[in-house]
Structures are given as structure tokens and as C-alpha cells.
Write a protein that binds this ligand. Sequence first.
Ligand code: UGA
Ligand code: MN
Length: 240
Amino acid sequence: TVIYYVTPTYPRPNQVPELTRLSHSLMHVPGLHWVVANDHDACDPRVHSILQRSGLPFTHISSPKPPQLNLLRLMPRGVTNRRAALRWITSEPRQGVLYFGDDDNSVDLDLFDEIRKTRKLSMFPVGLISEYGVSSPVLQGGKVIGFFDSWPGARRFAVDMAGFAVNLQHLAPAAAMPYKAGFEEDGFLKSNGFTLEDVEPLADNCTRVLVWHTRSVIPKKKQLKVHLDSDRLDKFDNLR
Ligand code: UGA
Ligand code: MN
């Protein structure tokens, strides 16, 4: 079973290190196709080089978000590019499992043995999710009956983007991720027509954390004021 690992990414100082780190995890995974969709108006050669050096089969997509999105109070992150990746995946018949892996998450390689088992819709815990520290399906008698998540919202599926996988056989042609911050996962899963009864718990009945929602600090840039004397080019005023 091929895993289509969909990574939305965007230009910032952390982009190259995040993708480098992620590529060094994914390169150990057999049967993985990496779909990287960059929120940028062109394919970045540095991103391309990371993909090539990973040795993985990959698809590199340029998919900038529409500028109107920046006007929203809560900007949905990574939606335009995930939608572009979905369009590529459904552009021809493919078999396998779809997984959304953000560029800043951390993965245990056992995750891939688990998500490969997905027959329809699988779910599993995600570590480092806001106040509760973990987001996970809640099970009773081996069946998912609800969710432990610090932000339930008005959601059928209170899950993180990294907490589920879908078999492409059950990806509805009209499946779409909404431009609604906080409701991307739930909206996407509902647009597929999934219900709670469809959920297959993985990771030893959701007792293991195999992926973490790690977040990196973006370093603040200091404005360098360079004072150039006619003969001394080495005075950088605010480095003192
Ligand atoms: C959380 C969820 O894990 C995301 O899947 C979800 O899209 C997001 O919240 C949301 O609902 O707003 P979080 O860690 O808060 O994610 O956000 P980021 O890691 O900054 O962004 C999620 C993904 O989208 C990343 O892969 C990031 O590279 C990408 N992104 C972010 C873009 O492609 N464009 C942007 O402008 C910002
Ligand atoms: Mn993140």
C-alpha cells in the first residue's frame, strides 16, 4: 500500500530546516510518495533539492493561498495547498492511503506501519496538542465512541490534522477541506460522508503516541543598520 504523505508548507526561515528534518524521517519509509505543496507562487529550488535528495518519489506543487485569506481574523493555515494536493491525487486513479503531515510535526517510524492498515478511515492519538497535551479518540470495547481533545468545538470529529488517515478508495470525489480555521479536519471528514462508526482505531487501540504536533519558534529578525564609511565597510552598528 502506497502512503500519500501530504505536506503543506510555506516560506519562512524555518522552512528548509523543517523539511530537511522531515525528509530525514520519511526517507526511511518504504512505499511512501511525498506530496509537498508550497504556499508560494513558484516551486522553490531549495525545497526541490530537499525532495530530490530524500530519494523518495515525490510531487512538488506550487499553490499560493488567495491574498483575501490574510484578511480573515483567523486564517486557516495550509488549506489552499492541501486542496491542491488533493486535486493532484484525484487527478488520476490511484490506490493507497492519504495522510496529512504538516512540515513541523514529528513522527515515529511505527506510524507508517499503522496507517498502512487503513481500510476506510483510521484514527490515532497525536501528542503535544494544546492544554491536554494529547488529542485522542476515546474507545469503549474497541470502538471509537468520542474524542479527548481540548477544543471540542461543534465538531463530529474532534481530531487534529495529524490524527487520521483515509484509504483513497473511500475518498469522495467532492471531498474538500473548508476555509474555516479549527474546522478543517471535521469539515474534510464530513465532506467524505464519514461517521463515527467508520473509524478504525490504530496504534494499539489508541494507547500509543506516534506523531507529535511540535511547533518551532520563528526567529525574530533584527533590522541591521549598516553604516558605511567610505573606507571602512565593517561597522555594523547594532551588533555591538
Ligand atoms: C494546526 C493544525 O495542525 C493544522 O493542520 C491546521 O491547518 C492549523 O492548525 C489551523 O487550523 O490553522 P499549527 O501548528 O497551528 O496547525 O499551524 P502551522 O504548523 O503553522 O500550519 C499548518 C500547516 O500549514 C504547516 O504544514 C504549515 O507549513 C502550513 N502553512 C501554514 C501554510 O502552508 N501556509 C501558511 O500561511 C501557514
Ligand atoms: Mn504546526
